[in-house]
Design a protein around this ligand. Structure first.
Ligand code: ADP
Length: 267
């Protein structure tokens, strides 16, 4: 059967639109799949601690005569799961809001050195209790950014450094301005991160050792939030080996991009 020029045109244009539609759907499908996986992982993570709390509390309710102090072994794990759940929900909320771009990032002139000085004391105290040396090496590191979020970033990195070190280890936090950049580094002499996992640790819910993370109250979301904060400041974050052992997180935030905005704000 012979096809007319018009019919050929129609068939070709249907084919081209089908091909283009298929192509343009790919990123949407990919992002939908990721979103679905994220929600599934999130609800799984939420269910486990909730089940523990529920069963422990039910146990308490079944025996109203006993004194609470005798039930310490039931209450203590329930409480620590509730605390983990609170952190998890807070982290999930931050990430969900960051996905939908509804979080406003404040823009002020801030010195990362002062932020570290303001929050380091409790870490030095915990370090002392756990026989870990926590110390700083700080130079002024002024950027244009969100003080609360930069504080949150430093807390995530310091909490991890405390979690993944043992007695006898050290944790060092330093700030520096170099080549139009601010460098913030948090290094420790702890257990380290396997080479193949250095990039993966920034993925949501990625943990190297599930049981250890659970035992120390981790959620697997801290570094995803850290990466989001750094990206919002036009910076980068990477995990490196710390010689001879441990981990070094290096955050770089450009001063140039920041000071451009400072110039603008002056008018
Ligand atoms: P969490 O610490 O709550 O598990 P994070 O997203 O903060 O979640 O970290 C993800 C994973 O990266 C951790 O489970 C751990 O395996 C690894 N990690 C993070 N910081 C360190 C560190 N300082 N030393 C060794 N491993 C680390």
């Amino acid at each position: 059967m012979l096809l007319t020029g018009g019919a050929i045109m129609v068939i070709v244009s249907i084919g081209v639109s089908w091909f283009l539609a298929g192509k343009s759907m790919e990123p949407i499908m990919e992002s939908w799949k990721k979103q679905k996986q994220f929600v599934e992982d999130a609800s799984h993570e939420l269910r486990t601690p909730l089940t523990t709390v529920k069963s422990r509390l039910e146990l308490l309710l079944r025996d109203p005569e006993s004194k609470i102090i005798d039930k310490y072994d039931d209450i203590e794990p329930a409480l620590s799961e509730v605390n983990r759940l609170n952190r998890l929900v807070a982290d999930l909320l931050t990430l969900a809001r960051s996905d939908s771009n509804v979080i406003e990032i404040e823009e002020n002139t801030i010195d990362i050195k002062s932020i570290v000085e303001n929050i380091i004391e409790p870490y030095a105290e915990i370090g002392e209790m756990q026989e870990k040396k926590v110390y700083t090496e700080l130079s002024p590191a002024i950027i244009w950014g969100d003080e609360g979020r930069i504080k949150q970033l430093i807390i995530i990195l310091l909490d991890n450094a405390i979690k993944y070190t043992q007695a006898g280890d050290y944790i060092k936090i330093s700030t520096l301005e170099v080549d139009n950049k601010v460098l913030l580094s948090v290094e420790d002499s702890g257990i380290g991160i396997k080479q193949e996992n250095k990039a993966k640790v920034f993925e949501r819910f990625f943990v190297e050792d599930k049981s250890r993370t659970k035992a120390n109250g981790g959620t697997g979301l801290g570094l995803s939030i850290a990466q989001w904060i750094v990206t919002k400041h036009n910076g980068t974050i990477e995990a490196k080996d710390n010689m001879p052992k441990g981990t070094k997180f290096i955050v770089t935030i450009p001063i140039k991009a920041s000071s451009k905005r400072i110039d603008k704000s002056a008018y």
